[in-house]
Design a protein. Structure first.
Lengths: 407, 646
């Protein structure tokens, strides 16, 4: 028999699709989604992880948006994408759902990264910043400068304490841009200011040369130029390296029972370059957005509200070590018990620097990736690489302006 | 107009009980009996119930058969389609490796002048993966899926991994079994499929995921191709397409057979390698031993067995790769639920039809029986005596015929009743007339005068005789009101009359009776002979001038049915004209009691005889002026008195 009803009580649950990056190693995302599906019956969230490669995820989204695909409802997006997606009108503005008074509960730079042309387009899910992990069982204190890092690494390698000194994200992808930008910033350099390209400075060239030297110095494994986050994490977790530049989520993994260096890891701010004054991490993190073509926007918002709520951020921090985007979660005793360094590094996290904010950021990133990678592989001199970047970015920005697109 | 009333009580059946007539209310309130309309409606409904019942049973059996047949056909079709899809997709994976391996970027990757970056190849690999994208829809969602989990290129100098979801550059060389690498190299450019193996390095990336998810994501199947430079025939590296069981499951997890039936891919050890039930992945398909044996048979087949402890229908087909099979399983209960649902729908449909039919049948029965009820009511009115009523019921040819016949019958009854009435009236009147004739005042006066004179002349015996004769004459003339008496009594009556007349006419009159005994009990309308004798005296004997007048009365049987009485006198007789007039008068058809004149008494007698006994009986005159007059009276030998209405 066919029954017709419009009653909300008997209506079928709304099904929405959420596409995070690949499953996090700790399964925090799945835990949160499962909990959401259990705690209410109106919405069923289908988890559809995409990839651990940020570029691959970006490609997937762009393909999907171009096709006006409604298959994805809630989009997990890298912190660098909101301006691009908003300008293309691929995502739903969230001003009605996410009023300014609610935004004050979040870290300011994370909200800034979700804002484009005075509208809010995303809700900060978790934030990231570049950190230096080191073996505290081998070193008493972390190096303050990159020079120290190289020296200590060589020393400990020579002593046979570790196989390699330093691992980072050396593959040609967004992670490499973060690594190099951090070096440029820590050496007093900049990439863009007020929409202009300002990368061509001695500080930037020196910073790139420094990384190129590190790779050449032998303190990195030869395959480091193919490494992304998980390669470096596993390499470090296997006790093969003294230092690892990565994101906060590594903390939970390296302290897991199956980790060979459990309890032997310390965290430090990134070292300072020869011309710099402070080591600054690159602002990373992921935001949640609603696909403009979604047919279930209200349900999508409910899920975003849940995922970015204090309770979920607390779970995310405890299980996966992901940095909360809400101020309050940093004061939570349970969170602090699991992540003791939160209290110590909150000011540093707040000082982390965003990458250039631009609607054509992926193109800028592509230019930087290409040239940075060639430089650290010795295929280009650091100076040439920086000059190339300056020229190509200027050309790209000009093209955008000529097309009438604003940054 | 005739207005006759029938008895108030109804007609009686042979047992004497009142027969129920179709009166207005009675037909409904009489318990145990139903109106014709109800009976007709009931009969129609019962036929419909029977039809619906038979139809439901047949439809249910048919539905079960069709469902079973459909299940096998549909499942087979679904499984074949899925197999084709799987084979196409596996083929596409092979083609993808072929495409990549012949691409100049990869062909030249080891050349010193090559500027191809890993990044560029990664993008190329991603594009190649995306070429294998397909859309899948289930539960009102559509998903982009892909059989390829990862594309990897591997040689001593480079590692290119496209998606990096289950692989890292670090540790990649521990991923594939060495034997497989050897096989691929030996295959001289042909791609080699691996068996299912566990991606141990990958497990470090997802260690915290649920066990079932890990089992599905990390049990892998790889297509490995050793790429060589087509120009220089030098080795370039290994190109690997990795497919995990989750990707295989994507192909079948959206398929639902019936309500809850599932499709699984099983390997030759009957382990589930793909399906929606993640708990079963890489575990034996939970079948009973008989089903397991059946499943070992090559090719396609359907059977009923036990899956997860529940009776189920199972259908399987071979995929043609690695001895895998596609198995569709639907719980018998699920199947029965469908069958029940079909049955219930059929029954519901049947009930609705029945309900509508009930209405229709009652309505139709009403339509069909209404004219009959109207005729019943009409007859009831006719029964009260109004025979002028006519019915004009139509509705069917039969009803019209019935109406016409009834009208005709009522008309006929009215006519007959009128006829009977007139006849009875006539009989009464002629009888009365006869009686009047008998009590002729002249005759009575003359007789009484004779008696008086006899007494005065002291001839008392004669007077006594006269009185006795007169008494007999009147007694028989009255006969207790009966019209038909025996010839014996009639003769006595006539004899009394003659005795009285004999006193008056003395020697002028003689008479003779010669009645055969066999006719003495035969019937005769009373006062038949006396008027004839009176005629004989007054028109015969009295007018005779020579000799004595003799009246001779005889009676004898003519045949077995007829009696003839004769009254003969030897008076002057009639001439032919007179005789002809008399005979004509006797033959006049319409004799009424009002008829008077000379021939009346003769006509009266003749009419009464014919009225009571039939036209073949009556008077017949013959006469001769020389010999006298003879009257023949023809009468029946037997007569049923019941015919004579008092």
């Amino acid at each position: 028999m066919i029954a017709f009803t419009t009653s909300a009580k008997t209506a079928l649950p709304v099904k929405i699709v959420f596409t995070p990056p690949s499953e996090d190693a700790q399964g925090a995302t799945r835990t949160l989604v499962d909990r959401f599906n259990r705690m209410q019956s109106q919405i069923v969230v289908k988890l559809s992880p995409l990839s651990s490669s940020t570029d691959a995820i970006h490609n997937t989204y762009v393909t999907s948006f171009m096709a006006k695909d409604a298959g994805i409802d809630v989009i997990a997006a890298d912190v660098i994408w909101p301006p691009e997606f908003a300008a293309a009108q691929w995502i739903e503005p969230l001003d009605a759902y996410f009023p300014p008074q609610k935004r004050t509960q979040f870290l300011p730079m994370t909200i800034q990264a979700c804002t484009y042309r005075k509208h809010i387009w995303a809700v900060p899910w978790f934030t990231d910043t570049g950190l230096l992990y080191y073996r505290k069982d081998i070193l008493d204190c972390p190096p303050r400068s990159w020079k120290d890092l190289i020296r200590v690494a060589r020393e400990k390698m020579k002593q046979g304490a570790v196989s390699y000194g330093y691992v980072f994200q050396g593959n040609q992808y967004e992670g490499l841009v973060c690594n190099v930008l951090e070096l440029i910033w820590s050496n007093g350099g900049e990439v863009m200011e007020d929409g202009r390209i300002v990368i061509h400075t001695p500080q930037a060239i020196a910073a790139l040369k420094l990384l190129s030297d590190i790779v050449k110095s032998g303190i990195c494994p030869p395959e480091v130029t193919g490494f992304q986050e998980e390669d470096g994490r596993l390499f470090f977790q296997d006790g093969k390296a003294l230092f690892l530049r990565s994101w906060p989520n590594v903390w939970a993994s390296v302290n897991n029972p199956d980790s060979k260096i459990r309890g032997k890891v310390g965290i430090a701010t990134l070292p300072v370059g020869p011309s710099g004054t402070v080591g600054r991490g690159c602002l990373g993190g992921w935001n949640l957005m609603i696909n403009r073509y979604s047919r279930n926007k209200a349900a999508a918002w409910k899920f975003i509200e849940y995922m970015t709520g204090a309770a979920s951020q607390k779970t995310n921090a405890i299980i996966a070590g992901r940095l909360p985007t809400r101020n309050a979660v940093y004061q939570d005793p349970a969170v602090l018990a699991k992540n003791q360094y939160y209290r110590q590094f909150l000011p540093i996290i707040l000082q982390s620097k965003p990458r250039p904010i631009s609607t054509v950021y992926p193109a800028l990133s592509e230019i930087m990736q290409h040239n940075f990678f060639k430089a650290i592989n010795g295929q280009l001199s650091p100076e040439t690489a920086i000059v190339n970047i300056e020229r190509e970015i200027e050309a790209t920005l000009r093209r955008r302006i000529n097309k009438g697109s604003n940054r | 107009m005739i207005n006759l009333s029938f008895p108030k009580h109804g007609p009686q059946d042979p047992t004497g009980q009142d027969v129920q007539r179709c009166t207005g209310l009675g037909r409904f309130i009489n318990p145990g009996k139903f109106s014709f309309r109800s009976q007709l409606a009931l009969a129609l409904i019962m036929i419909a119930v029977l039809a619906v019942l038979v139809m439901s049973i047949v439809a249910y059996i048919q539905a079960i058969d069709v469902l079973k047949h459909n299940f096998i056909t549909d499942t087979n079709s679904i499984l074949e389609r899925t197999r084709d899809e799987l084979l196409t997709k596996l083929n596409n994976v092979e083609n993808t490796l072929k495409l990549i391996s012949t691409d100049q970027r990869l062909q030249n990757i080891n050349r010193p002048e090559s500027e191809i970056s890993n990044h560029e190849l990664t993008k190329f690999f991603m594009d190649c993966i995306n070429l294998n994208n397909y859309q899948a829809n289930y539960e009102n969602q559509h998903f982009v899926k892909n059989l390829i989990d990862e594309l990897i290129f591997l040689n001593d100098q480079r590692v290119i991994i496209s998606r990096r979801e289950h692989f890292t550059v670090y540790g990649i060389k521990n991923y594939l079994p060495h034997s497989l690498m050897g096989q691929a190299q030996a295959a001289q450019g042909q791609a080699v499929w691996s068996g299912i193996f566990f991606n141990r390095p990958g497990s470090r990336l997802n260690s915290n995921l649920p066990e079932a998810t890990l089992r599905e994501e990390l049990n892998q199947l790889a297509l490995v191709k050793y790429v060589t430079n087509e120009k220089f025939k030098t080795g370039i590296g290994y190109l690997i397409a990795s497919i995990n069981l989750a990707r295989l499951s994507d192909l079948v997890e959206g398929i639902t057979l019936g309500q809850t039936g599932r499709v699984y891919i099983v390997d030759q050890e009957q382990r589930v390698i793909a399906g929606r039930d993640k708990d079963l992945i890489f575990k034996p398909l939970l079948l009973d031993s008989a089903s397991r044996r059946f499943l070992k048979n090559p090719g396609a087949g359907s059977f009923e067995g036990i899956f997860k402890g529940k009776a189920s229908f199972i259908h399987s087909i071979a995929i043609g790769v690695n001895h895998w099979k596609l198995v569709g399983i639907i719980a018998s209960h699920d199947f029965e639920v469908q069958a029940r649902s079909v049955r219930n729908r059929i029954l519901l449909g049947g009930l609705i039809i029945l309900f509508l039919f009930g209405f229709g049948a009652t309505f139709l029965a009403g339509r069909v029986t209404q004219p009959i009820l109207n005729i019943c009511d009409f007859l009831q009115k006719v029964e009260t005596g109004d025979l002028t009523l006519r019915t004009a019921e139509t509705g069917s040819i039969e009803i019209e015929k019935l109406s016409t016949q009834l009208n005709r019958m009522i008309g006929r009854i009215a006519a007959l009743l009128n006829e009977i009435y007139q006849e009875q009236l006539f009989k009464r009147k002629v009888a009365l007339k006869a009686l009047h004739a008998q009590i002729n005042p002249h005759f009575l006066y003359n007789t009484l005068d004779s008696i008086s004179w006899m007494i005065e002349s002291d001839r008392r015996e004669v007077a006594t005789g006269l009185i006795k004769s007169l008494a007999t004459f009147f007694r028989i003339g009255l006969s207790g009101g009966r019209e038909i008496i025996s010839i014996q009594d009639e003769v006595k009556h006539a004899e009394s009359y003659l005795k009285i007349q004999k006193v008056r006419y003395q020697d002028k009159l003689d008479y003779l009776f010669d009645i055969d005994e066999s006719v003495l009990q035969a019937p005769i309308v009373k006062i038949t002979l006396q008027p004839l004798i009176e005629n004989a005296i007054y028109h015969g004997i009295k007018l005779k001038t020579d000799g004595r007048g003799i009246i001779c009365i005889t009676g004898a049987q003519v045949d077995d049915h007829t009696v003839r009485l004769t009254v003969v006198n030897n008076g002057p007789g009639m001439d032919e004209r007179k005789l002809a007039e008399l005979r004509a008068a006797l033959q006049e058809a319409d004799i009424t009691p009002e008829t008077s004149g000379k021939g009346y008494s003769l006509q009266n007698i003749n009419s009464r005889i014919k009225l009571y006994f039939g036209k073949e009986y009556g008077l017949h005159y013959s006469s001769n002026p020389k010999t006298g007059t003879r009257v023949e009276i023809l009468l029946p030998l037997f007569y049923d008195e019941k015919q004579d209405h008092p």
